[in-house]
Design a binder for this molecule. Structure first.
Ligand SMILES: Nc1ncnc2c1ncn2[C@@H]1O[C@H](COP(=O)(O)OP(=O)(O)OP(=O)(O)O)[C@@H](O)[C@H]1O
Ligand SMILES: [Mg+2]
Length: 255
C-alpha cells in the first residue's frame, strides 16, 4: 500500500508520516518511508541520526525511464530499496528525493519523477507499505508525483486556511483518481476544534479518519530533535496515530 501525506505547511505531515511509518513497521510489515520534500525532515523525525543522513544518497534522476504510460524505474525496485534505503528504527527504510544542491540550479521535475516512478513500481509489491511525506504545496498533485498513491492523507489544523488547503488538494486528488482520500485532523485543542473540522469535512464531502490532539510532547520532541514515538509513546498524539495505522490496515486495495 502506498500512503501519501499532504497538507498545508506545518500541519504535521512529517510528524504523522514518521510515526505512522514506525508504528506500521512494528506490526511486522515492510515499510519504506519516502521523503518527497525538497526541504527534507523525515530522517530526523524517524530517528535517523545526522551522521547517517550525511552519507545518504538521494534517489538519482538516472533511476527514471520515461515510458509512454508514465515514469518507471530503470532498476528493480528491490535493488533500489537495498542500495539506497537507509535503515532506520523499527526496520523502516528511508528513501530521499533529491534536494537542491546549489542556488540557481533550476526546477526539481526530475527529482519528483523519481518518486513517481518508485510509487509506480511499488504497485507490484503490495506487501510493502510506502509512506510518502510530501511538500506543503499542491505541486506534487499537479505534477502527478503521487498519482500512484493508494491513499492520500490530508493533514489539517483546525483553522480556515489549513482546511481550504486540503479542500483544494482533495479536488486535485480526485482528478488523479487516487482511490482513498481521507482527512487527518491534527493539533486539536478542544471538542470545538474537532467539531469545526468535522463540519468542514461534511460540507465538502471529505471523510475524516483521525483526530490527533495537540500535545506539548510533540513540540518538545521536535525541539529536542528526537522522534515523538521514542519520547512520548503514551501521548494522545501517538495513540491517535496508532489508531490511524489500524484504520489504514483495513483499507481494501483494488488490484
Ligand atoms: N499533534 C501535535 N501537537 C503539537 N504540535 C504538533 C503536533 N503535530 C505537529 N506538531 C508540531 O508542528 C510543527 C510542524 O510539524 P511538522 O514538521 O510535522 O509539519 P509539516 O506539515 O511536515 O511541516 P512542513 O510543511 O514544513 O513540512 C512541529 O513543531 C511539530 O512538533
Ligand atoms: Mg514536513
Amino acid at each position: 500500500m502506498r500512503i501519501a501525506v499532504a497538507g498545508k505547511g506545518g500541519a504535521g505531515k512529517t510528524t504523522i508520516a514518521a510515526t505512522l511509518a514506525r508504528l506500521t513497521a512494528r506490526t511486522g510489515v515492510q515499510v519504506v518511508a519516502i521523503d518527497a520534500d525538497s526541504n527534507p525532515n523525515l530522517g530526523p523525525a524517524l530517528g535517523i541520526g545526522a551522521a547517517q543522513l550525511a552519507g545518504n544518497t538521494h534517489l538519482p534522476v538516472s533511476l527514471v525511464s520515461r515510458r509512454l504510460d508514465g515514469a518507471a524505474l530503470t532498476t528493480p525496485v528491490d535493488d533500489v530499496l537495498r542500495s539506497l534505503g537507509l535503515p532506520g528504527p523499527d526496520g523502516v527504510r528511508l528513501l530521499c528525493m533529491g534536494a537542491p544542491g546549489h542556488a540557481g540550479e533550476g526546477c526539481l521535475c526530475s527529482a519528483h519523477a523519481t518518486v513517481s516512478a518508485l510509487l509506480a513500481d511499488l504497485d507490484a509489491h503490495r506487501d510493502i507499505v510506502a509512506v510518502v511525506d510530501m511538500e506543503a504545496s499542491p505541486e506534487q498533485l499537479s505534477r502527478g508525483t503521487v498519482r500512484h498513491a493508494d491513499v492520500l492523507l490530508l493533514v489539517s489544523e483546525p483553522y480556515f486556511r489549513s482546511l481550504e488547503t486540503i479542500r483544494r488538494l482533495a479536488a486535485l486528488a480526485a482528478e488523479l483518481s487516487i482511490p482513498h482520500v481521507a482527512v487527518v485532523a491534527n493539533k486539536l485543542r478542544s471538542a470545538d476544534d474537532a467539531a469545526a473540522i468535522g463540519a468542514f469535512c461534511e460540507r465538502h464531502g471529505l471523510s475524516c479518519w483521525s483526530e490527533v490532539p495537540f500535545n506539548d510532547e510533540v513540540v518538545k520532541a521536535d525541539l529536542a530533535a528526537v522522534p515523538l514515538l521514542d519520547v512520548a509513546p503514551e501521548s494522545g498524539a501517538v495513540s491517535a496515530i496508532a489508531a490511524l495505522a489500524t484504520r489504514l490496515g483495513e483499507v481494501e486495495l483494488t488490484l
